[in-house]
Design a protein around this ligand. Structure first.
Ligand code: RIB
Ligand code: CA
Length: 313
């Protein structure tokens, strides 16, 4: 029986690949896609989610526009990482970003209430929408969310926003803290695992020369993303973080987990958004998350590209 999932996302280049993977996975029943600010402003991530659903021929999937800023902090966007339009050099139709209303938290709760079986929430951006849904109806969330699989944080891998902090956690640390305190099962797919899902520069260049215009559209998206990683981390490729969170459901054999206590730094300095992962139980506090400390990244990438887009490198 397909697993009912809701995908909360800030597309976003790696989000786009995660959406293609999830929407083309027979194992999953995508009940809805909700959007959040993050890689780009909410109106842009919502426009991109809408466009991706069209391009993937899945416009029957409900789309809920979500939070446009963090719970308490000023919004930041990663336009240097994902481009002004949020999808790199890929052409996105000039369809207006459209008015953006924050209906996701209430919409999520309504979907949870309607679902006969507990729903798996795949969160690929800042956790603002999830924290707002918790604030509105904590009991509904506890009763109807089977687990939250979050691409975010880092147990010990170098950060991508500060030396120790990962972007989704850094954007809204208070939201991440609220989710980790909600006593809902959380699986954290952080940089320790996702940094191994590396799409190489040469592979992107080769894809960009293939005859299929669909392949070239995605390759143009990734060309921008490679240029960013070259500038920011001297990487000859790009890291596909978000699809690995979906792979936790599709190929659990490729990810390895450890239960532990995780705390989010809600300060304002260089450790803002750090997910402090207590691997050895020094705090004595009970585990509140299962953290993916390792993934078989190369195989995961091959499976992601093949299942999502029929691409073989
Ligand atoms: O740190 C990587 C995460 O932040 C990914 O989800 C990426 O899409 C950005 O949202
Ligand atoms: Ca994302």
């Amino acid at each position: 029986v397909p697993i009912p999932v809701i995908i909360d996302t800030d597309p976003g280049i790696d989000d786009a690949l995660a959406l293609a993977l999830a929407l083309r996975a027979p194992e999953l029943d995508v009940l809805a896609v909700s959007t959040v600010y993050g890689n780009a402003p909410a109106a842009v991530t919502t426009r991109n989610a809408r466009y991706l659903l069209e391009r993937l021929n899945r416009t029957e999937v409900p789309l809920l526009g979500g939070a446009s800023h963090p719970l308490v902090r000023a919004p930041s966007h990663a336009l240097e990482t994902h481009g002004e339009a949020g999808l790199g050099y890929a052409t996105v139709p000039e369809l207006p970003a459209g008015p953006h209303q924050n209906e996701a938290p209430v919409g999520l709760l309504a979907l949870l209430a309607q679902s006969r079986t507990p729903v798996t929430l795949i969160a690929l951006g800042p956790l603002t929408n999830v924290a707002l849904a918790l604030a509105l109806d904590r009991e509904r969330c506890r009763r109807s969310i089977r687990e939250i699989i979050w691409m975010g944080g880092s147990a010990g891998a170098p950060g991508n926003t500060t030396p120790v902090s990962e972007w989704n956690a850094w954007c809204d640390p208070e939201a991440a803290r609220a989710v980790l305190e909600a006593e809902i099962p959380v699986r954290m797919v952080g940089l320790d695992a996702t940094r191994s899902v590396l799409l190489g520069k040469a592979a992107v260049q080769e894809l960009g020369r293939r005859p299929d215009p669909e392949v070239r559209w995605w390759a143009e998206m990734w060309r921008f993303y490679v240029e960013f990683h070259e500038r920011s981390e001297s990487l000859a490729g790009c890291i596909m973080n978000d699809p690995l969170a979906v792979m936790a459901l599709l190929r659990p054999d490729l990810l390895h987990w450890q239960e532990m206590y995780v705390e989010v730094d809600c300060g304002w300095g260089l450790t803002r958004g750090q997910t402090l992962c207590d691997r050895f139980g020094f705090t004595g506090k009970p585990a509140n998350a299962s953290v993916c400390l390792h993934a078989t990244g190369e195989e995961a990438l091959a499976v992601i590209l093949q299942r999502a887009l029929g691409m073989v490198l």
